[in-house]
Design a binder for this molecule. Sequence first.
Ligand code: GLC
Length: 749
Amino acid sequence: MTATQPPAVRVERAGEAEWRIAELLARMTLEEKIGQLTLVPGGGGHVPPSLAEEIRAGRIGAVLNEVDPGTVTELQRLAREESRLGIPLLVGRDVIHGFRTIFPIPLGQAATWSPALVERGARVAALEAAAAGVNWTFAPMVDIGRDPRWGRVAECLGEDPLLASRLAEAMIRGFQGEDLAQPGSIAACVKHFAGYGACEAGRDYAATSLPETELRNVHLRPFRAAVAAGVASVMTSFSDVNGLPATANPLLLRDILRREWGFDGLVVSDWESVPQLAVHGLTADDRASAREAALAGCDMEMTSRTYTDHLPALVRAAEVPPAQLDAMVANVLRTKLRLGLLERAPALSVTLPAPLNDAHRAAAYEAAVASVVLLKNDRAVLPLDPARLRSLAVIGPLADDGHEQMGTWVFDGRAEDSATILPALRARAGEQVEVRYARGVDTTRSLGQEGFDQAVAVAQDADAVVLCLGEESILSGKRTAARTSGSPGAQAALVARLARLGKPLILVVLAGRALALAEVVPQVDALLYAWHPGTMGGPAIADLLFGVSAPSGRLPVSLPRAVGQVPIYYAQRRTGKPAWPAQVIPLDAIPARAGQTSVGNTSYHLDAGFTPLYPFGYGLSYTTFGYAALALSDTVLRRRSALVVSVEVTNTGPRAGEDVVQCYVGDPVASLTRPVRELVAFARVALAAGERRTVHFTLTAADLAFHGRDHRLRAEAGEFRVWVGGNAEATLEARFHLVDDAGHGDLAR
Ligand code: GLC
C-alpha cells in the first residue's frame, strides 16, 4: 500500500487548525458527530455491507484490526468519497513491538535501556504498519510493572517511572516521526491510563487501590512524559481506580490529563470498557455508562456502541452538554488533522519500504542483542569458543520455535519469518562442532518427564549444554496470563537432572516476565535472560553465546527469589523498621520455641529475606566495569541552577563492552516519606578494554520534585544523597543540599 504524501507546503498554525475544526463541526449533524466517536472492528480483509453503509452515513470515525491494504483503501474511499463530509477514518492496530518484523517484547526493549534502539524499533513498526494502511497504534504501554504475576507486564517498560518515561518518549518519536502527517508516521496511543499495573494480586483487570500521591509520583509519571512528548492519543484502562473506573474517572481524564497536563489529543476507551462500567457497578445500564464516560472525557468508544445508541438522547436531554460532545469530536478531528487526513489537496503517493527487509531485520537483531541480560557467568563458561568445542547440546522446547520467541501481542508477525536459536547456533558453531538437539519437555507447561532421558543422552556426550527454557508466549500478555508460580511445568526438574551431569550448563530464559528462579540458578553455570526476543532472537542469542556480541542488557524489573516476595521493586519506602542483611536470620537457623522477638523486628520474609535475586538495573557483560571519582559540581543546588554529577567509568576487563551507568537520588527527609532511592538518569557507555571515561549527569530541582500532601509538584529544600553505579544497589555515594535561594523552602517545578 502506498502512503499519502500531503501537499508540499502544509502550514498548520494552531489558529488555522482550530478554525478548520470549528468550521467542520458547524456543518456536522448530531449523528455525524457521534459517528466520529465510534471505533469498530474491521471486517478482516473485506468490507461488510453493513460497515460500508455506516461509513457512508457518517456513523463511523475509526476502525481497528483491518490490515489488508486493499480493504483499508476501500474503507477510506468510502469515507472520503461516499460520506457527506468526506472525513477519513482512523485505522488502528496493536503494533506493540513490531508489525511484520517483530522486535523484543517491550519489557525486553526496556532491558536495552536505549531510547535510540527503542525509537528505531517503533519507526520500523510504523513504516511497516503504515504500508498496510494503519495510521494509529495502541502503544506505548507504560503501566508500571512491579508485579510479575501480572501477564501484561510483558508489554510494559519496567518497574521504574523514569526509565519508562524516557523509553515511552522514544517510542512515540519512532511511531509519530517528526511530523505526524508524513508518510510512514502513525499516531501513538499511550496506555492504559491509569494504574493498570497495580491491579490487585497481579490478577489482570482486578481493582487498583492507590493513594493519589502514589498514583501521581509513580504510575502517572510516564503518562505525563508521553503527553509532554506529543503523544497523539491516550487509552483508558479497564481498571477500577480507587472506586472510579478509569474510563469514567474525571480526576484522571479531566483534571489531570486535560487541565493539569494540557493534553488536547483524543482519549479512546479500551475494548468495551464503556459498557463495562455497569459491570463494575458504577452505572446501572448502557445509557448511564455512556453518560458517565462522556462527561468524564472519554472521547471515543472502542468496539461497543453505547455512544451510538444513547448519546443522541443524552445530548438532546442536555444530560451530556452539546459543548461537551463538540469538545470530544474536536479532539478526534484534531488528531485526524494532525495526521494529515483532512488535507484538501490531492495526496501524492509514496512507496514505503517492504516489511522484513534487511534493514528492518538488522534493527530487530540489534535490539534483541541489546535486550538480553547476562545474570550469571560462573567459571566464565561464556562466551563459547568453537575452537575449544567438539560438541554442543541444545535442549528445550524454545530452542527452535519461531512463534514463541516473538512473544505476546503479535498480530501480524509470522513464525516462519523468525530466525530461531538452534539453526543460528549451528551456523555460529561452524562445521567442526557437532550440535545435537533434544526437546527435553514437550512444552514449557508440560509436566511429563518422558523426554528427560533423551535430553540426558544428548547432553552427556557434549562439551557444553545450552538450555532454552522459560514461558510460551501465551503464558504472558493479556487475560490468561496472570501466574503465581516460578518457571512453569517440569522445567526445573529438567534443569536439576541435567545439572547432575557436571557439564557447563548455560540457561537461556525466554519469558514475558521476571520468573522466580531461585531454585534453578544455583544449578546452572550461566544465565542469559532473553525475554521474548522477536524475529531475530535466534541469531542474537547465538552471537551472544559465542561472543560475537557481548551482553549489555540490564534488568528493567527486579527479579524475585520467590513469587511470595511480590511485589518487589527497588524504589521502596524505608518504613520505620527497615531490614538489613545482618537482620535476616535463615529460617532453619531459628531455634525451636525461639523468643517472640528473636527473629528480628524488621521488615523481611523469614523464608526469602527482603532483597531480590537480582536487582533492578543489574546485568553482566564479558568484561567488567569500575566506577570511581564520583564528584559533584557543587554541594549546593539552587532553584534555577543545575548540579553536574560526574563519575569515572572504566572497562576493567579483557574486552570491549557496553555498560549502563545509572544515577540514583535519595531524599532522606521530606514532607512525605520518599523511596529509599530513585533513578534520575542513566547512560549507555561503550568502552574498549582498559578505556576510562568520565560520565556526567546534570540534575535540576525538577529531577527531585514529587507530588506532596497537597498533590502539588515541588522539590523540597534539604539534603539529598546521590549514588552512581551499575544497578539499583550502587554504593558509590555523594551528598548535596537543595536550597531555595528565594527562601520559600519549596521549589515548584
Ligand atoms: C485490548 C487491550 C488494549 C488493546 C485494545 C485493542 O483489550 O487491553 O491494550 O490496545 O484491546 O486491541
